[in-house]
Design a protein around this ligand. Structure first.
Ligand SMILES: [Zn+2]
Length: 309
């Protein structure tokens, strides 16, 4: 969520000035409060998540998955820059094995920012488009280029065997042009990254190749192709079920259908945004995440721009 990081700073400054009137606004990064709020939680045997706190002041990045294999710990996503020590500290509370592999769901620095903390001996994998995006990011410039992921894949890649197997799937554009769905078949778990951040309108980074129009198609392919998953780790916020993931796919499709029909009826973005309401069948869904970050109007503008192409 690159936009999120930029906007988080803006929102955080405003938020702090309201709630902590009179005290100094803190720079973003691992504050003591944020470190404390970032915890490790067991999901199933040999599988944990290091949460991304929901409070803005404690934002550390996306959910980090920790999968314990015979060889060592596999991490999915590494949060913002500066969180490596806290990630390792929490991993050490559940295993004495070292981190051996890092997989990033996508390029954004709230999911890949602490890759650089880990030694060169750690294997690292992303989708080929995510790596192309990372090469352009400040987090991987100059000397830091050595922490770019070592391996990439195109459509599907499996690593490990038996209970340690991990399947990486790419189904097309959405949040960016390089989002991976990561499945742990023995445990029936999937990490969806920001293709399912939480129950909200899709967040699309067009600068990183994302597409709102293709977002639901990509989700539909994941729903149709991936089998035997019961637990889904969203990019941000709490665990979800497979049915909730399917629901998010339907919610996203309904929104894009709304955008298409609004454009066809020659409504302006502002008119369509004023008319949009989250359908009542989608309980718990919101149309706005932190003002300016994701809004119906913002997403509709992206859809209209794509429809013009
Ligand atoms: Zn993201």
């Amino acid at each position: 969520m690159k936009r999120m990081v930029v906007l988080t700073v803006l929102v955080m400054i405003g938020w702090l000035s309201v709630t902590l009137a009179g005290s100094q606004a803190q720079a973003p990064g691992p504050t003591a409060a944020a470190l404390q709020a970032t915890k490790i939680e067991k999901v199933k045997d040999n599988f944990y998540i290091i949460t991304g706190a929901s409070d803005l002041y404690a934002f550390s990045g996306g959910n980090t998955a920790v999968f314990l294999t015979d060889a060592g710990a596999v991490l999915v996503d590494t949060k913002l820059p500066g969180w490596g020590p806290r990630i390792v500290e929490l991993v050490k509370t559940v295993t004495s094995k070292p981190v051996t592999t890092i997989i990033n769901t996508h390029s954004h620095n709230d999911h890949s920012g602490s890759n650089e903390f880990f030694p060169a001996s750690v294997d690292s994998i992303v989708h080929e488009n995510a790596k192309a995006n990372m090469i352009k990011m400040p987090e991987f410039q100059g000397d830091k280029a050595k922490s770019l992921p070592k391996r990439t894949f195109k459509d599907k890649l499996s690593i490990g065997k038996g209970k340690d197997q991990i399947d990486l799937f790419y189904f097309g554009r959405g949040h960016t042009n390089g989002d991976t769905f990561i499945v742990f078949p023995a445990l029936r778990i999937m990490h969806a990254g920001d293709m399912f951040p939480q129950k909200q309108l899709p967040l699309v980074d067009t600068m990183a190749g994302g597409s709102l129009l293709e977002f639901p198609q990509t989700l539909a392919k994941a729903v149709a192709s991936i089998r035997n998953v019961d637990t889904v780790i969203p990019g941000h916020r709490q665990l979800a079920t497979w049915d909730e993931f399917k629901e998010f796919a339907a919610f996203s499709k309904d929104f894009v259908d709304f955008a298409r029909s609004s454009a066809k009826a020659k409504k302006t973005v502002a008119q369509a945004a004023a008319e949009y309401k989250v359908p009542s069948r989608y309980a718990g869904y919101v149309a706005t995440i932190y003002p300016q970050l994701v809004t119906a109007e913002g997403d509709l503008q992206i859809a209209y721009d794509e429809l013009k192409k």
